[in-house]
Design a protein around this ligand. Structure first.
Ligand SMILES: [Zn+2]
Length: 82
């Protein structure tokens, strides 16, 4: 129930994150990068991707944020986990 994301898919996920106005929990930045994997949620069409925040000065150890995509959003990015 997971899919490796290529460069274009990751860029698409980052666009979805911006559209949803996703911000880093730790510093509030919207400069988030998609992680390399998408995880399907058992029993739903939703897909989760871990985002990492690029604002390293706020938290040098890094900060991660989960983005939940609907089935439609995931398919728009070419992610098909079923
Ligand atoms: Zn941050």
């Amino acid at each position: 129930m997971q899919q490796r994301l290529d460069r274009n898919q990751r860029r698409c996920v980052e666009q979805v994150a911006r559209q949803k106005e996703t911000t880093c929990d730790t510093c509030g930045s919207t400069d988030l990068s998609s992680g390399p994997m998408a995880l399907g949620t058992l029993g739903t069409l939703n897909v989760e991707v871990l985002l990492s925040c690029n604002n390293e000065s706020a938290h040098p150890e890094g900060a991660a944020q989960t983005l939940e995509l609907s089935g439609n959003e995931a398919r728009r990015c070419g992610i098909d986990i079923s």
